[in-house]
Design a protein around this ligand. Structure first.
Ligand SMILES: *[C@@H]1O[C@H](CO)[C@@H](O)[C@H](O)[C@H]1NC(C)=O
Ligand SMILES: *[C@@H]1O[C@H](CO)[C@@H](O)[C@H](O)[C@H]1NC(C)=O
Ligand SMILES: *[C@@H]1O[C@H](CO)[C@@H](O)[C@H](O)[C@H]1NC(C)=O
Ligand SMILES: *[C@@H]1O[C@H](CO)[C@@H](O)[C@H](O)[C@H]1NC(C)=O
Length: 449
């Protein structure tokens, strides 16, 4: 009984007291509404912004994907967001935020193509695939290179330099990328990444995981209200799971990720975390997602963050994940054709600054606040809009098809051969053919002699 507590205490003392601080810690105060006013400051709160009623408040879903923009990620984004298969209640295609990671694996030509549609927001995670505080590298067996936790120069390199590189390759200004998520949701001891984000005028961070789950919502009279996005000027009024901020970062927004729970009541930090056990079936995965959304729907409609990792979604033999996700999309958009909106993270912040009810949402509010062209505008992808990445894709596709064709041909042989073997036709023909050979051979010998 004692052991878990001791471990917990050890973990906490490790996380929060042992540190080399390079920034002076400023004591953080509880939020003071008189000193914290929109549009620059917003207290952490479980109250709906603008005093709206729950029934009139849109339920935002931020379906975010962290990872490199490679062919697999492109195919997924195309399927879910670019193909216009799925639409929000306002008739516009559903939107999303991509947290770009891993420079070496990103196809910038495809990325440009994705951004052309304007319903995908680009934010960043890190240039490499490494993590700031723990060794999360995928290593070869004989790779003994030591892991070093990130210090400030490494953070700058992985965030600010990376943002510069990415925006240069996309012909954009670095300031057009305003969102960040730390690799693996890690917060280092001196909260470096928040200092850096603030210094470089990022608008928001989506790293914090809040621990607000208690009993399953269906066992509660009144589901616990959940935290809305807020700025980090003042102290948070909730318990964060993976290291909270203990210093003030004025003006920097945080969009908290609410802890997930599986259908048996186990807590897990994010959708794909091993702590939640979800049966490997599309339908069960869909139910798990729906269950977690319901808690938001039944409490105060705080934005529901779905933080997917693109590697995790595309792992081999896990087609049930994407299938389950699609079941979720279809279900939600069909049954909540008035109040649920799949949006970009930046849309959520803009809405919190200027909250409106469902009627105005339906009248194109998102288009108006989004600083983007109207969603109904025809999007022309220029024919030679970087033909190269399209060519590369087509080539790859036909290669895949060739392999698939060869494979299906082989399968056809197998299918045809099996009953033949099972009936004794093959057996008898082989024996007949053998006898025929022997007879011919003997006859040949005799006729020669
Ligand atoms: C920082 O980024 C530059 C490229 O801009 C790279 O050449 C260098 O190796 C990086 N340094 C570290 C410590 O990662
Ligand atoms: C990002 O990583 C690549 C290697 O994957 C490296 O060549 C490049 O210099 C890095 N860029 C920055 C800005 O660190
Ligand atoms: C999940 O987390 C909540 C809030 O911290 C806690 O009350 C609850 O006991 C946890 N559930 C399990 C099964 O650990
Ligand atoms: C490859 O197969 C897919 C469907 O299986 C088809 O849509 C696509 O056109 C094919 N591509 C080529 C180049 O044949």
């Amino acid at each position: 009984m004692l052991l878990p507590w001791i471990t917990l205490i050890l973990i906490f003392s490790h996380c929060c007291f042992a540190s080399e601080r390079s920034y002076n810690e400023i004591d953080i105060e509880p939020c003071d509404i008189n000193r914290c006013r929109l549009p620059y400051c917003y207290c952490s709160s479980q109250k709906i912004p603008g005093g709206l009623t729950v029934r009139d408040t849109p339920q935002f879903i931020a379906l975010t994907i962290t990872g490199p923009l490679n062919e697999k990620a492109y195919d997924l984004l195309e399927d879910l967001f670019l193909s216009k298969k799925y639409s929000n209640p306002d008739g516009c295609p559903i939107s999303s935020t991509v947290f770009l990671k891993n420079h070496a694996e990103t196809n910038y030509c495809l990325l440009k193509r994705v951004l052309h549609y304007e319903n995908i927001e680009l934010s960043i995670t890190s240039n490499s695939s490494e993590c700031p505080t723990v060794d999360c590298r995928v290593k070869e067996k004989d790779d003994k290179s030591p892991y070093v936790t990130w210090r400030s120069y490494r953070f700058y390199n992985e965030t600010i330099d990376y943002r510069r590189t990415v925006s240069k390759l996309l012909d954009r200004r670095p300031s057009s990328i305003v969102g960040y998520r730390s690799p693996n949701y890690e917060v280092n001891n001196n909260q470096l990444h928040w200092h850096i984000l603030r210094e470089h005028q990022f608008l928001y961070d989506s790293t914090l995981i809040t621990r607000e789950w208690d009993t399953p919502y269906y066992k509660q009279q009144q589901p616990t209200p959940l935290t809305w996005p807020h700025t980090m000027d003042f102290k948070a009024n909730y318990d964060c799971s993976q290291g909270c901020y203990t210093q003030s970062f004025p003006g920097l927004w945080t969009i908290p990720i609410h802890m997930y729970q599986d259908l048996d009541g186990r807590n897990c930090t994010t959708i794909g975390s091993d702590h939640c056990r979800v049966p490997r079936v599309a339908d069960k995965f869909f139910k798990y997602l729906k269950y977690n959304l319901n808690r938001h729907l039944y409490s105060n409609h705080a934005p529901f963050v779905m933080a997917f990792d693109s590697y995790w979604l595309n792992e081999p033999y896990t087609a049930w994940r994407i299938e389950g996700l699609k079941l979720f999309l279809e279900h939600v958009l069909r049954h909540h054709s008035n109040d649920v909106y799949f949006v970009r993270m930046i849309d959520i912040i803009n809405w919190v600054k200027q909250p409106v009810g469902l009627k105005q949402m339906k009248e194109g509010y998102l288009d108006n606040i989004a600083l983007r062209s109207k969603c109904h505008k025809q999007i022309d992808i220029d024919e030679d809009f970087d033909q190269q990445c399209i060519d590369g894709k087509i080539m790859k596709n036909s290669k895949l098809n060739a392999t698939a064709n060869a494979r299906s041909l082989l399968l056809l042989f197998d299918v045809a051969a099996e009953p033949l073997f099972r009936s004794n036709i093959v057996f008898y023909s082989s024996i007949s053919f053998g006898i025929f050979l022997i007879v011919t051979f003997i006859y040949d010998r005799i006729s020669v002699s």
